[in-house]
Write a new protein. Structure first.
Length: 338
């Protein structure tokens, strides 16, 4: 991720290009999925039954945390809304932020894992996206982990220390909070988006859908995976229409990357194109298998930024003509595991 307003900008961008070049190679080679891999589906007409403590929607998978007296967490999960917490992973303290505002302790809540970009933090991406606040309005939890290193950098791989960290975080939250395990999604920015794809494609029995901002490298999914992507045609870090074989993303570019996702999902080869606004075009590869959805929002002259977001220390705001967070929440709401 580019640090806005700092110099020399070219050196920072160059370092990120090298790192994301490695990302592209890792993601390309990280195929494979969980043994019981399954696909996401658009939710059927919901019917709801209510007991004294739990509301059940057709298709829900209430987590173990729903069986506790309140589902509101215990001593093993000290995180409070917006307060950084930590988890020991093989002797390494890893930090994260869990946002549960707006959720009902007795109702299984969807969960979104939000992955920040290079040199960033949970606070940065939470501010830029405003996802915790907007998700809370819909009763959705948001889990935002922190990468290690200086600058902070994810290992964008299906396995490894960072993947194990996210695995354990999801397991902990699901065991101490009331989570709908059929509705877990992953969203990421920049290298966090690359990690989102690699991580999710190896866990298609656990992750219902993914959303990516500025990076959408194909990540080795073996079955249909629902994905919503946002990318600007003026991105100086990951070029939208990439034709340089040495650059991150190879020679494909954004629309060809999305075509790979569509092919894996069994969608039509040619997308339906519609104008959202003067700066925003929507491309959807329709008729996908198993209810999957493959959508790209193309941002005219958009940079390496979060569309509709708020400025943060290392994340810039994008076009105001579309709100990536609002669109992603609607998208995640349409998908759950069968």
């Amino acid at each position: 991720m580019v640090r806005i307003g700092r110099r020399p900008a070219d050196r920072v961008r160059g370092r990120l290009l090298v790192l994301l070049g490695v990302v592209a190679l890792l993601v390309t080679g990280c195929g494979g999925s969980s043994e019981e891999s399954s696909t996401s589906t658009r939710p059927e007409s919901s019917s709801t039954t209510t007991s004294a403590t739990t509301t059940t929607v057709v298709g829900q998978r209430p987590s173990g945390g729903c069986e506790t007296s309140s589902g509101a967490g215990d001593e093993a999960d000290p995180a409070a809304d917006g307060t950084p917490a930590s988890l020991d992973i093989d002797g390494v303290e890893r930090s994260y932020v869990l946002s549960t505002e707006g959720t009902d302790p007795g109702v299984p809540a969807p969960l979104i894992v939000l992955l920040h970009g290079m040199g960033s933090s949970p606070e940065d991406v939470n501010t830029a996206s405003d996802l915790p606040a907007k998700a809370g309005e819909q009763g959705v939890m948001v889990l935002t982990p922190q990468a290690l290193g200086e600058p902070a950098m994810w290992q964008p791989s299906a396995q490894g220390l960072d993947a194990a960290f996210v695995d354990q975080l999801i397991e902990q939250v699901s065991s101490t909070r009331c989570v709908d395990e059929a509705r877990i999604g992953v969203m990421g920015f920049s290298v966090g988006a690359a990690f989102a794809g690699a991580y999710s494609c190896a866990r298609q029995d656990q992750i219902a859908a993914i959303a990516t901002v500025t990076v959408e490298f194909p990540s080795g999914c073996e079955k249909p995976m629902s994905i919503m992507a946002f990318h600007g045609t003026g991105d100086p870090v990951i070029a939208y229409g990439n034709t340089d074989p040495t650059a991150p993303g190879g020679v494909t570019g954004t629309e060809a990357n999305m075509a790979v996702w569509a092919e894996t999902a069994g969608c039509q080869a040619t997308p339906t194109v519609s104008e959202v606004d003067t700066e925003v075009t929507r491309l959807e590869w329709s008729d996908c298998s198993d209810g999957a959805e493959v959508v790209l929002f193309r941002i005219l002259d958009g940079g390496h930024a979060w569309p509709g977001g708020q400025p943060a220390p290392v994340t810039m705001a994008g076009t105001p003509q579309i709100d990536a967070t609002a669109e992603a929440l609607k998208f995640f709401g349409r998908h759950h595991l069968p």
